[in-house]
Write a protein that binds this ligand. Structure first.
Ligand code: 5GP
Length: 134
């Protein structure tokens, strides 16, 4: 059975997309710790991040960088924090989370967000991408 994220990649499940290329996809987490909490994934389904082949691993991190910059520009925060967990979805992914302090590094703060709220924040992040990429 394909992972939830592969189903998103294949367009069989919806997501609030930030950006994608042939190999990677960034989209909003449906249960954000803070508005703007995003997930960056390789399209290839590999469970454990550190099992990715080196080029894909480096590519994922390089792909995440402008996404993090766009999140920081779109959502007021001190730093975009990174968490790699993977206990819920067995498809490698990096969490990019707007944070103000260490206290924000907590999945206990995660709450389901409404589609309109997710759509709004995704659009504001997408609008920042050309600026951070130029
Ligand atoms: P982890 O596997 O790193 O523990 O967490 C997986 C993350 O994926 C969670 O933060 C969860 O909210 C998110 N998630 C689970 N299912 C979906 C989904 O169908 N769509 C989106 N956008 N996020 C999901």
């Amino acid at each position: 059975m394909a992972s939830i994220f592969t189903q998103i990649v294949e367009g069989n499940l919806p997501c609030h997309k930030i950006c994608e290329n042939d190999s990677f996809l960034a989209f909003l987490d449906i249960n954000p710790i803070k508005p703007g909490h995003s997930l960056v994934i390789p399209k290839k389904e590999v469970d454990y991040l550190f099992d990715l082949e080196d080029d894909l691993y480096r590519g994922l991190m390089a792909f995440a960088k402008p996404v993090a910059e766009a999140i920081r520009a779109a959502v007021s925060c001190q730093r975009v924090g990174v968490i790699v967990a993977g206990y819920e979805v067995p498809h490698a992914h990096v969490h990019l989370i707007p944070t103000e302090s260490m206290a924000d590094f907590s999945f206990a703060l995660a709450r389901r967000a409404s589609d309109p709220d997710l759509a709004k924040v995704a659009e504001s992040i997408r609008q920042q991408l050309p600026r951070v990429q130029s």
